[in-house]
Structure formats: structure tokens, C-alpha cells
Design a protein around this ligand. Structure first.
Ligand code: G3H
Length: 255
């Protein structure tokens, strides 16, 4: 039965890969919406992929969230000979500290024996604060490192679920609904076609930086994220998707 199960999952992975045009798809057993520990399996598979692709001098940008946190948690401590820098993809606020990009970046750096560059700013700024921060030496020193990330490990969220988690205003929620936002990743909201319909005003990795990265790894599971995963796959190049059976089966049922 085990062999059949694995074969079943690799068939699922192959079909999702073909549908979403993501070259490498890994499907772990279960559904993160039903069992929280499935996220740990995604984390384990994600950390294996990450360890495998790393090269000397890499700058890894990580986003926040429970799934990317699971990648860092699953990484075994292995001081690498390679010089690795880990950075948060953007500032973070309004999340539990353990799931903030800064926390994850420093944990991952510690495991890999690398260094981390942190960005201690809110991920939602006024236009004025944003302009002032861009002139700030602290930011001017860090932002170029973040924007040169060579490896990106990011989570994907359902647009409205993420907006609520970030305590978006009613006005923002209405806007996201009106623009049919389906997915959120790095503070960008996307519709089903992968168009950016809203972006949080913040400092950090931009979509064109993601396009320049050598390897982009998306980690997201649970059937409720199926539409969000399909939407980001239309938005930018993802090289590796680590997901679960729940999301994979649902993705194949999408129109
Ligand atoms: O951008 C998406 C979210 O960070 C995903 O968070 O992994 O906790 O669902 P999650």
C-alpha cells in the first residue's frame, strides 16, 4: 500500500506540475487544513529541497507564516561550507513573533551556519513613512541585500484569509473582494489570472526581484489554498512547489 500511495502522490505531483507549469512539484501526504502536522511534512520536504539547491554565496529570502516557519524548523543544523545569508523578504508586523519573516530568517541562518540581515520595520506603512525610510541609512544598507536574493522561499495565502490575519481595514477587504483577489504572497495580492490587484505599501522584495532569483520555492498546503496556489503560479515563475494532497487534488479540480 505504501508504494501505491507514493506512486499516487507522484502522479498527483506530475499532473499539478503540468497544469501549473511549475517544473518541480512535491506532494506530501495529507491535508494541512485537516491535520496541522501536515505543515511539518511540507516543512521537511521544503527544507530538503532548499538544502539541495544552495550554492556558495546564496542570499535566501524568506517570507513569514506557519509554512515557511516549518521549513526553518525542519532544517537540521548543518554548518555549511558555503557562505549563506538569510534575509526576510519584507518587514513584518501583526503576526505572532514565531511566524515573522525576521524570526524565521534568523533561525534558518543559525541552522545553516550563515548570517542573517534583519529588517525591523512594519510591513504596512504610510506613503510618508515609506519615503522617509527609503532615505534611512539602516534601510539603504539592508534593502539592496534583500533585493539581490538568489533563493526565495515563500508561503502563499488565501487573499481574504491573509487580509484578515493582517487586520486589514473593512475598506481594504472590500477592495480585495471587488478586485477578485485570490492569493497573497510577499504582501502582493493577485487575482486568478495572476495579476497584481493590490500591494501593501512596504519595503522589501519586489516581484521583479523574485523574477531574478535563481530558485523560487513556494510552500503551501491545505485544500483551502488551492485557488491561491494556482493564482500565484500564473503570476511569476515558481521553480519548486511543495504542497500536500489536499491542495493538489483541489487544484486539479479547478476550472
Ligand atoms: O503569504 C502567505 C502567508 O504567509 C502564508 O502563511 O503559511 O501561515 O499559511 P501560512
Amino acid at each position: 500500500p505504501l508504494v501505491a500511495e507514493i506512486a499516487g502522490r507522484s502522479d498527483l505531483a506530475w499532473r499539478v506540475s503540468a497544469l501549473l507549469r511549475i517544473p518541480r512539484v512535491i506532494v506530501v501526504e495529507g491535508d494541512a487544513d485537516e491535520d496541522a502536522w501536515v505543515t511539518d511534512r511540507i516543512g521537511q520536504a521544503g527544507s530538503d529541497v532548499l538544502a539541495e539547491v544552495l550554492q556558495d554565496g546564496d542570499i535566501i529570502a524568506v517570507t513569514g507564516g506557519t509554512t515557511v516557519a516549518a521549513v526553518a524548523k525542519a532544517m537540521s543544523a548543518k554548518p555549511l561550507r558555503q557562505r549563506i545569508t538569510v534575509v526576510p523578504a519584507r518587514g513584518t508586523v501583526g503576526e505572532i513573533v514565531a511566524y515573522q519573516a525576521n524570526t524565521i530568517a534568523s533561525e534558518l541562518a543559525a541552522k545553516l551556519g550563515g548570517s542573517s540581515v534583519l529588517l525591523q520595520i512594519s510591513d504596512s506603512l504610510s506613503q510618508k513613512a515609506l519615503e522617509q525610510l527609503l532615505d534611512d541609512p539602516y534601510i539603504q544598507e539592508r534593502l539592496p541585500i534583500i533585493r539581490q536574493a538568489t533563493v526565495v522561499v515563500h508561503g502563499v495565502g488565501d487573499a481574504l484569509a491573509m487580509a484578515r490575519r493582517r487586520h486589514a481595514t473593512e475598506e481594504e477587504i472590500k477592495l480585495l473582494e471587488a478586485r477578485e483577489a485570490k492569493a497573497e504572497a510577499f504582501g502582493h495580492y493577485f487575482n486568478a489570472r495572476g495579476e497584481v490587484v493590490y500591494a501593501m505599501r512596504t519595503i522589501g522584495l519586489r516581484l521583479d526581484d523574485v523574477a531574478r532569483a535563481r530558485v523560487v520555492i513556494a510552500v503551501a498546503g491545505g485544500q483551502k489554498k488551492a485557488q491561491a496556489i494556482a493564482s500565484v503560479a500564473n503570476a511569476y515563475r515558481i521553480d519548486v512547489l511543495v504542497t500536500d494532497e489536499g491542495a493538489a487534488r483541489r487544484i486539479l479540480q479547478l476550472e
